[in-house]
Design a protein around this ligand. Structure first.
Ligand code: ADP
Ligand code: MG
Length: 595
């Protein structure tokens, strides 16, 4: 080995750049954060060749003093925090003081800035990264120009993808930032062509326009606005209707105090909240903003600040779950009908993903129930849907008295119920709707009667890690509330003694392992409930009206009235819509009828 030497500033910065500057997208993220921290309200971005040749960002923020320009380009120099206390409650997006130095070490960077009067341009050269300054012309604000990214680090350069791919990554970052701050105008040009021109939003309508521009118009047509506050926690934003589920987790944006975040705890809480209304392999769409006291989140846990650590993760998880779960449960026909353009009806808003092709013919539903036939029949018998009392069935009733889903007119091919509502014609998939109603009732009944368990003839022994065994012991109470009696019999083994009647013995070992893994990573788990819900869903599917069953008009009306009062009745148990509206306007358009 040779003698120890201090690294040159450039090399030290290049090493630091390894962590934060992966590709053009990482550069733009740092530059936008700086512009936001500087209090800008307009950010203009010019890109050439996917960002490899040029990334230029101009802002109209506070600018940098001539004397500070050299510092801005050196490592561990920041104007944003001064003490450890500042770091603990940091409100700016940046705080490490190394982004500009890192980027400057792997590109040709110039920084031009003015705080109001004169303007100066700085760049850093050589292995010592000496800063040179020269007078420039610039209005108040800052322009950072990054040319020839990775020209001096060939290894990094090799990892870059095509111009198009790099630009898409970069655009993703800009879009997320534009979603994080509706009050800021953004323009993006690629190879001199305008790609985005987003004006600062002044009201909710303009915010929704930006949302439509960034997430697609179908999203806003198929999303619920949410605004929930609980103590120091506040959640705002939009959540996609379950029927707008996606095949990829590609429309999920989460911001914590304005910061773009990817967080497992957050993802888990949201997934749980959607669990009951969406197929397991589908993904929810959402754009959500969580605000909480900065001192209760640690943002200094990841080099690119993509992750955070919540001081009280469990209550954040709980809050997110409850807020979203409740909003989803409240979706009734009247919720969606109140929106101008009912989601299920707007033809242009057909979600990319609604797996309508997979909609099996109703008669072919054939899930393998785990509960005995008799159990199913008993449960169904207890909740027979169709009330025998006659229902008001007068399509001609006065407008204001028409219930949201209207009055039944007829049944179509034994599958759909047609009804006349205030806004037009409503078409209801009777099997899907009934399935949801029966399912919700089974759940309520199940919750009311408590979970009954039965002892296993031969208790099942499972080998686990020490940590898992401790976890099982610690959460003994939780397991028994869910009908599972589990005992720790040694450092590394558990004995399952009792199971909920509903759960089959076969999968229980895996279930317990999965629950323990959840408890270890997330501090909680909803798997047992999920497994039981799955079984109730199967029972509901078996117990609901099949296709080709003729219903009387009053039976149809009874079903519609039930839908109006049932939680989550807007979609079936698999997240498909249960009804849709063909409004008078839609019909007029179909018939080219002007009014
Ligand atoms: P950090 O953002 O973590 O402080 P950076 O290396 O990104 O570190 O920036 C260093 C410093 O340069 C910032 O603290 C800030 O004072 C200044 N700066 C960078 N970009 C801008 C900008 N667009 N407008 C005003 N000041 C800036
Ligand atoms: Mg910064």
């Amino acid at each position: 080995m040779s003698r120890i030497q201090i690294l040159s500033p450039r090399l030290a910065n290049q090493i630091a750049a390894g962590e934060v500057v992966e590709r053009p997208a990482s550069v733009i993220k740092e530059l936008i954060e700086n512009a936001l921290d500087a209090g800008s309200n307009q950010i203009d971005i010019d890109i050439e060749a996917g960002g490899v040749k040029l990334i230029r960002l101009r802002d109209n923020g506070c600018g940098i003093d001539r004397d500070d320009l050299a510092l801005a380009l050196s490592r561990h120099a920041t104007s944003k925090i001064h003490t450890l206390d500042d770091l603990e409650a940091v409100a700016t997006l940046g705080f490490r003081g190394e982004a500009l130095a890192s980027i400057a070490s792997v590109s040709r960077l110039s920084l031009t800035s003015s705080t109001g009067s004169e303007a100066w341009q700085a760049s850093s050269e050589g292995r010592d990264m000496q800063t040179t300054l020269q007078p420039a012309a610039h209005p108040q604000g800052t322009t950072v120009e990054v040319r020839d990214l990775f020209f001096n680090t060939p290894a990094r350069r090799k990892f870059l993808r095509s111009e198009k791919t790099e630009f898409n990554h970069l655009l993703d970052v800009v879009r997320r930032q534009a979603l994080s701050r509706f009050d800021i105008g953004f323009t993006v040009r690629h190879n001199q062509r305008v790609v985005h021109q987003l004006r600062a939003c002044r009201n909710q309508r303009e915010r929704e326009q930006r949302l439509a521009a960034l997430c697609g118009p179908a999203f806003i047509d198929n999303a619920l606005h949410i605004d929930v506050e609980a103590g120091p926690l506040q959640l705002r934003g939009w959540i996609g209707l379950p029927s707008f589920s996606r095949s990829q987790a590609d429309l999920q944006h989460f911001f914590v105090n304005g910061r773009v975040i990817r967080d497992r705890l957050v993802a888990h809480a949201i997934k749980q909240a959607y669990r009951d209304v969406m197929y397991h392999d589908r993904h929810a769409a959402f754009v959500l903003y969580l605000q909480l006291d900065a001192a209760t989140v640690d943002v200094n846990v990841h080099p690119t600040k993509h992750e955070v650590r919540f001081r009280d993760g469990r209550s954040v998880h709980d809050f997110l779950f409850r807020a979203i779960h409740k909003s989803l449960a409240d979706i009734r026909p009247q919720t969606t009908l109140r929106q101008q353009d009912p989601p299920a009806a707007a033809s242009h808003a057909q979600p990319e993903s609604a797996p309508l092709q997979q909609h099996m013919p109703l008669a072919y539903h054939q899930p393998g129930p785990a509960a005995s036939e008799r159990q199913i029949e008993n449960s169904i018998a207890a909740y027979q849907l169709f009330a025998s009392q006659p229902q008001p069935a007068s399509p001609a009733a006065a407008g204001s008295d028409i219930p949201p889903l209207g009055y039944a007119l007829a049944q179509l091919h034994g599958i759909y119920i047609l009804s006349q509502a205030e806004q037009g014609l409503i078409i209801t998939d009777m099997h899907a709707a009934h399935e949801r109603i029966v399912y919700e009732r089974l759940k309520t009944a199940h919750a009311g009667s408590g979970i009954r368990s039965q002892p296993l003839l031969v208790p099942a022994a499972i080998a686990v890690s020490e940590k898992e065994a401790d976890m099982a012991e610690q959460h003994h109470e939780l397991f028994s509330r869910l009908g599972l009696t589990i005992e720790k019999v040694s450092e590394e083994s558990l004995l399952i003694r009792e199971l909920p009647i509903m759960l089959p013995e076969a999968g229980v070992e895996q279930l317990v392992r999965d629950v323990l893994a959840d408890l270890i990573t997330h501090g909680q788990s909803g798997r047992i409930e999920a497994a039981m819900d799955d079984i109730l869903a199967t029972m509901a599917c078996h117990g609901s009206v099949r296709a080709n069953r003729q219903l009387t008009v009053s039976e149809m009306n009874a079903l519609l009235r039930d839908m109006e009062t049932t939680e989550r009745s807007g979609q079936c148990n698999h997240g498909r819509p249960t009804w849709t509206l063909l409004s008078m306007t839609d019909l007029d358009k179909l018939f080219l009828r002007g009014r």
